[in-house]
Design a protein around this ligand. Structure first.
Ligand SMILES: [Zn+2]
Length: 45
């Protein structure tokens, strides 16, 4: 599942809240997708 983060308060918001286009915490209307941990590291053994 894709989580979203409020641009203003940086809290995780569920998709249901994003559909309302409004942050339940601060009322912000800007969100960005929370990417899963993308750690691109190549171990040089
Ligand atoms: Zn917010």
């Amino acid at each position: 599942m894709t989580k979203y983060i409020c641009f203003y308060c940086h809290r995780e918001i569920s998709w249901k809240e994003v559909e309302k286009i409004r942050c339940p915490y601060c009322g912000g209307k800007v969100f960005f997708k929370a990417r899963p941990k993308i750690v691109k590291r190549i171990k040089a053994i």
